[in-house]
Design a binder for this molecule. Sequence first.
Ligand code: BTN
Length: 247
Amino acid sequence: MNYEIYRFDKIESTNSYLLKLADEGFPEGSVVVADEQSGGRGRFGRKWESEPLSNLLFSVLLRPAFLERDEVFVLTFSAAVAVAEALEDVTRVKPELKWPNDVLLGSKKVCGILLESVFSSDELSSVVLGVGLNVNQKSFPAEISARATSLLAQTGKKFDRDEILSAVLGRFGSIYETVRARDFYSVMKRWRDRSGMFGRKIRLRLADETYEGVCDEITDEGAIVIQTESGLKKFTAGEVSIIGETA
Ligand code: BTN
């Protein structure tokens, strides 16, 4: 992938900005990076808070015309794998992955991923892949400190944000070729090999229901299968927490 990087001191949201560039016809590989966001967005309409100049906040524009609507999920898992592998390359930490796209260190979230897809007349025209990776933030606001962490908090060391950005983009570029070759199985295997969820007791929240059970499987289609009291149940969306842990 040929990346073209656009850098900002402060921006509302790298995802929102890149969605505009996508609409203006910017090519695949356009990347927006910011030191600070005034309106960073997370999953489920939440805010993404990040201390200025401390972390990595970036979005990558993809134009995966080779994917069908129900195959976009694989990009979420690809991004999580790319982040985990890049972190291990640069910092030697061993992150764990939590379904569907959180990257954890010491059972806390070190990175969140927000994928936004744009369809025009039912064709996938672009995907914006947003990454919020906590690098050098020392401490977190009380509301999230039990669930959030950074590389600095976990290792006691500061890291060069640009070095991590290049490593993530490099790893992502190569896994994207695996996706292009339609080898979804390899992507999901790499994801599963880094997940500590299997056999763990989890809680899955949907808009108005909650399920508890043991994580049985993450399928090649990216669904989670839970062994509940009333049998195996499969979900393609929801928010998962590992019971007894914070993230
Ligand atoms: C999550 O809720 O876990 C996803 C968080 C994604 C945050 C990143 S920060 C860079 C990009 N721009 C945004 O507004 N959100 C994503």
